[in-house]
Design a protein around this ligand. Structure first.
Ligand SMILES: [Zn+2]
Length: 271
């Protein structure tokens, strides 16, 4: 546990990997009788053991989830076992995946609406819907500190995996408009230069999008574009590079800047 401010403490998920960096960051917010937990890690026993050493059983008001990837929701049942069945709030999607999640977590999953306020003593959190990394992704704006819990929208370092690039960029612009001072990230370190960090993420994507466009000096397959843009890649990150490149290509296609030939399986710049 590390105390990051008078209101916020970090509880690491104990699940380090190439994708999760040191592991998933989970946060306890509030200093009063009832606290709020953001995310639950992957379900590693050390996570709940650490929480139980610092927070009493009756001290948790609710759990907020940034998005339903396994490394963020995997510890919910462990939290129930210790804290009891507190309500768990997320953006609930009307699909099979979210119905299964609700069943898996004892029908304790409740839906948030965009901009909804969640309060506890000394704490005002606002749900900010930010799809793109995953369709149900929510950031939480902590008004008292002008801070945003970014989930996987913005990592402490490196860049996140995309689901829908177009949505992702709109979500980054949305958080940029909040103009937070601090970013409490879902992975990696807290960032106290929030404006620079958000700009860096936006610029990184814009630059990649330009590189993908520039790579099309001649007709190319997606694989050929990946090779031009990223060079030699470790097999572990190669598939996400291909996926991301496809996302940039789709965005460029929406803007009528590139075309895809179904017959040749190749991309080219639009005429
Ligand atoms: Zn994720």
């Amino acid at each position: 546990m590390s105390r990051l401010s008078s209101l916020v403490s970090l509880y690491p998920g104990f699940n380090p990997s190439i994708f999760t960096l040191e592991g998933t960051n989970t946060y306890i917010i509030g200093t009063g009788q009832k606290k709020i937990l953001i995310d639950t890690g992957e379900g590693i026993p050390a996570w709940i053991e650490n929480l139980s050493r610092n927070i009493a059983r009756n001290e948790l008001q609710c759990i907020l989830i940034t998005h339903s990837h396994p490394d963020h929701i995997g510890g919910i049942n462990d939290a129930f076992n210790y804290f009891g069945r507190v309500p768990v709030y997320k953006r609930v999607m009307d699909n099979e995946e979210d119905r299964e999640i609700n069943e898996k977590f004892q029908n304790q999953i409740y839906s948030l609406s965009d901009n909804e306020i969640i309060r506890t003593e000394g704490v005002t959190l606002q749900a900010v819907f930010t799809p793109g990394h995953k369709n149900d992704h929510v950031c939480y704006f902590l008004q008292e500190e002008n801070a945003v819990f970014t989930g996987d929208l913005i990592m402490g370092r490196g860049s996140t995996i995309l689901d829908v690039y177009y949505d992702y960029m709109n979500s980054l612009y949305r958080v940029q408009n909040i103009a937070p001072r601090i970013l409490y990230t879902g992975h990696g370190e807290t960032n106290i230069f929030a404006a620079e960090k958000i700009t860096e993420n936006i610029e990184h994507r814009n630059q990649r999008e330009r590189q993908v466009f520039n790579a099309l000096d001649s007709q190319k397959t997606t694989e050929e574009i990946v090779a031009t843009v990223y060079g030699q890649l470790d097999e572990k990150v190669r598939s996400s590079a291909i996926f991301n490149t496809n996302q940039y290509l789709q965005a460029l296609k929406i803007k009528n800047l590139v075309e895809y030939s179904e017959s040749e399986l190749k991309w080219k710049r639009a005429e």
